[in-house]
Design a protein around this ligand. Sequence first.
Ligand code: UGA
Length: 434
Amino acid sequence: MNVAVIGTGYVGATTSAALASMGHQVIGVDVDRQKVESLNCGRLPFYEEGLEQLMQNLLATGALTFTADLPRAVRESDILFLTVGTPSNADGSADLRYVEGAVRDIGRSIKTHKVIVSKSTVPVGTGDLVKTWLQEELAKRGTDIPFDIVSNPEFLREGKALHDALHPERIVIGCESDKARAVMTSLYEGLRTVLFYTTVRDAEMIKYASNAFLATKISFINELARLCEKTGASISKVARGMGLDSRIGGQFLRAGIGYGGSCFPKDVEALLHLSRQEGVPLQLLDAVARVNQEQAAWFLQKVLRHLGPLSGKKIALLGLTFKPGTDDIREAPALRLIPELLAAGAELSAYDPQGMEAVRRLHPGLRYAKDPYDALAGADGALLLTEWQEFLELDYAQVKRVMAGAVLLDGRNALDGEKMRGYGLLYDGVGERG
Ligand code: UGA
């Protein structure tokens, strides 16, 4: 099938490559000509495992191309994916200006029937807005070209995006005509997974509800971790014991310094905004967001307990990105901690395999190390803030030798406490027996 993917950010680039690798002819569209040029040369503006290589292969076979010429892409495609960004407004609501812009551009260009598929995370009811914007543009042209609106939310995790796009656990398709349903069914024919058909509004809500529920699991376990610590229980053991019950499930129960990224914080806020707007407060979700905000401050208290007043203390930060496998630092818990540590007078030296460049722009005064041992050299304490594999495989005997002190605080419960203590390190995790 011929597919256009409008917006070549993280979701758009992954979707384009995944659809092209499934045998479709894909054109990725972006208003940014420079970006298009570099994508056509096989260069991705962000890091995502395996994606750049796959893109280069697909560009070579011609299955995937990029263009800034939207009318051409619309002309040559039957299915138009909307994968433009939906940032937050100051009040937490989703800013739909890029969605509206792309839809109106489509409305000015279409000449034959199209299926317009929204993959961007958009509030419930956006499908109706999309319909209105298209109808307005068609009316201006005095034409009445038929189209179908579909909501097909993405469930890609950064760092595992390609895997998630090619091996999804489910594909949610919100559509309101047999024609659209048939088109979407044959589009995903090559994937062995569940296709779940609903209305557009249901699909839009499923996306928010899924992210909000996962965020809820994390805040639940983080709050419980605080209680475990007081009562001498281990949150890792508690989570494992809970997760063995398939009704609960073991995933997203890893306690830590809070969730970050471009999705959970933004989507939770957008859903809360919608709930307030509709006069149906989501009290539980309100607490989820609050607990997440507090988690970094709670961890900071732990740092103070172990290291005492921080003025003049050298602290090594291992990890800056919001999770491993990405260079994304948006809403990263490390960014909530850095200003607090600096304000308390700590001297910070940081290392992250992918995130240093972006953090350097925000905090040019930090020392950015050339490797983890360099960051740890002479440190009074070390904080593990992102569980990169590289950090799990360090030689911790060497870590102990290069540090001036011995405090190792694991903000992700990623290391084996017993082993760390065996190296003479004063190890503490989140919600673990100290
Ligand atoms: C999330 C969802 O997992 C995807 O399904 C969804 O498509 C995506 O948002 C989106 O809406 O685009 P992502 O933000 O890439 O994906 O990252 P996750 O792997 O879900 O992690 C989010 C945050 O939760 C990270 O900061 C991570 O460290 C934290 N986390 C995750 C925990 O603190 N504990 C856990 O047990 C799991």
